[in-house]
Design a protein around this ligand. Structure first.
Ligand SMILES: CC(C)(COP(=O)(O)OP(=O)(O)OC[C@H]1O[C@@H](n2cnc3c(N)ncnc32)[C@H](O)[C@@H]1OP(=O)(O)O)[C@@H](O)C(=O)NCCC(=O)NCCS
Length: 138
């Protein structure tokens, strides 16, 4: 049976299970899953994490940074490949939106998910800007 949980930090989630889920969803290709200390920080510093479990198995996760009043940045959304296309991703986002309310939910789509977010009703923002740690401001 599917069960969802909302966490005020990702620190308590077993790190090995989280890393295994990132790999099993394919999001691990785009996250530092081989760098355990960095993955530990990634989870510890997140202050809004929604998980989905199928019995004891971690099958989905939405990891966000939220101020719980203005903006919720959803940084990682991962659903285990064996459990994709069953509505789990949508439910993780819905619960993240609800938990962070009245904040607006903001995210950058991974290449594999560019068609997903419009499909579930999210609005595209054409003025999103990034600055990588090694990029220098003009
Ligand atoms: C993208 C992802 C989170 C979607 O989760 P999911 O649980 O499989 O998606 P849902 O079941 O909520 O899908 C809801 C709807 O979107 C559709 N959909 C799912 N994945 C899609 C995709 N990649 N592209 C387009 N539509 C998609 C579903 O068919 C479903 O449509 P329906 O309502 O007509 O049935 C999941 O596929 C995943 O973890 N992918 C790999 C990691 C990744 O790219 N994460 C995103 C980081 S930004």
């Amino acid at each position: 049976m599917l069960r969802y949980e909302v966490h005020a930090t990702g620190a308590q989630l077993p790190l090995d299970d989280v890393i295994e889920l990132y790999r099993a969803s394919t999001l691990g290709e785009r996250r530092p899953v081989d760098d355990q200390p960095r993955m530990r920080l990634l989870m510890e510093k997140a202050n809004l994490v929604v998980t989905a479990h199928d019995d004891a198995l971690l099958v989905g996760l939405a990891r966000s940074l939220s101020d719980y009043c203005y903006a919720t940045y959803l940084s990682c959304l991962a659903v285990r490949q064996s459990h994709q296309r069953k509505g789990i991703g949508r439910e993780l986002i819905r619960r993240t939106q609800l938990a962070g309310s009245p904040a607006t939910l903001i995210l950058l789509a991974a290449p594999k998910a560019v068609d997903y977010y419009p499909r579930i009703g999210m609005q595209q923002h054409l003025s999103c800007w990034t600055l990588k740690p090694d990029e220098i401001l003009l």
